[in-house]
Design a protein. Sequence first.
Length: 271
Amino acid sequence: MKLYWKLNKSRWILVAGGLATLLCLAVLAVCRRQMPPWQLGLTLVLAAGVCLGATWFAAGMVASACQQSMLEQLHLKLQPDAFVAAYAPVAEAMPPDSAGAVTAAVNLADGYCAAGDWQQALATLVQPSAQLAEPKRSALQALVLRSRCRYCLWGGEVPGAEAALQTFARQVESLRESNPPLAENLQGDVELYQTWLGLLTGHTADCGVLEQKMQQLPTKLAKLDVCWMLLLASHAARDEAAEKRYKALFRQEGGNLAAARTLRGAKAAEG
């Protein structure tokens, strides 16, 4: 209920549904006033249950659509500041110690990282509660560790990224028996972040492989992670033409991401 009330559209559904329920009950009470009291009471209780159930279902559908729209604001439209402002009440409304609280905190932290505040992103993460059942708790722990590693990489915090990546890799290995599909999916992130960490510590990377990876990723935000890695890789290889190309791509496609704003500012200063 608290989550639905935090979302304006869902709130109006609840209000309208509550009013419609009262109106329905009033009409029934008048039309069926000749019924015996016990029968009228039972009818009203059943009608209220049906009306409130439909209202709750509709509010849930609207809330889900609202959350999806907010996530698109970050992952597709690349507007982290707007996303954080809209999504913070959603994260705050999640029940403590729930799986939803963990995933909502990760979503919100992704917004802070995209806005350039990777330290706030780290501080926003929530550890899965010991009350959560396995294997869900381990899967959520992997999600949190993945995010911690990514934020450190974006911040260029090499020691923190190294420690987070080691722990993340171990967590992925531990999922191979309990959740093989998830482990296989996350292994790709482990390998990608190993490459990213290598670039931060002076190593080179195969730009062709990274280009292919970038094309496979489903959202603009994820693609731009790899675009940033391509920029680092071309710089490490001293390929000025490629570095210039990837900078231009990030400036053009990066929306309101902090890194894109920085690149546009540097370009303006050069001009």
